[in-house]
Write a protein that binds this ligand. Sequence first.
Ligand SMILES: [Zn+2]
Length: 268
Amino acid sequence: MMMWNLPKPDIQLSIDEIDDVIARSQVLSPTDKGVVEQLYHEYDNGSGVITRQRHDQTDQRIQGAMKTAYPKTYDGADLSYIRARLMNGVYKCPICSIGLPSTLDHVLPQSKYKALSVCGNNLVPMCRDCNSEKNNEDDRPMLHPYYDRLPIDRRFLYAEVIPTALGGVSFVFRVDDQVLTDPVLREKFNNTFDKCELDKAFSRELVTFLKDKLYKRGLYTIDDVKRYIAGELDREKELNGLNHWKVAVLYGIIESDRLAVEDLIQFL
Ligand SMILES: [Zn+2]
């Protein structure tokens, strides 16, 4: 599984689930289905984007009822199968690729897009950290793991490894604009990085990752380290793709000409 990317669920499954939402609602009737179904189609055709104005044309009664249905997707409740369907086969958070995907994130927030509250295609498995870092008042669009597709055949994510004045290193992530050329996608990518504070998450995780790789392996010089990491890099590329943060970091270490082994040890 590539980072930032999940297979897109079939919109028809989400549409079929409207019937169950209606059957369990005090205020909806089967004649309301068409309105919601049309909205789901437009969301899907717009690759997970719909304007606020368009959404707000939906009857307030329907909006409220759809939002009320969301708690029924929690474990043990009537619509928990919706959650189970979306979580099935997702083993890591698609945003950070670190945490367990234990929550569902509303890509378009349910506070503002009430009618999409239980639309499966608007609900993405996400770890608690990434989900809670998101501030829904911040309207900058994030990557949509079901609809947005980042380049997979060329590197666009780089991690520059910078020795710090106090000893140790810091990692600065950047995107290559020549590869991630779509400005909308690039903006979403940068927003995601920023809103979920991924640089912090990756830096924390790096310690664990690098300790595991380097510690007690008798790698005494930076050339030992780089040789060892070159082998690991091939494995990680195979496993996680060219633009996984671990791949970026391993490349960063290999490509750094300023790094001393003491800096890494200090960092760890
Ligand atoms: Zn995460």
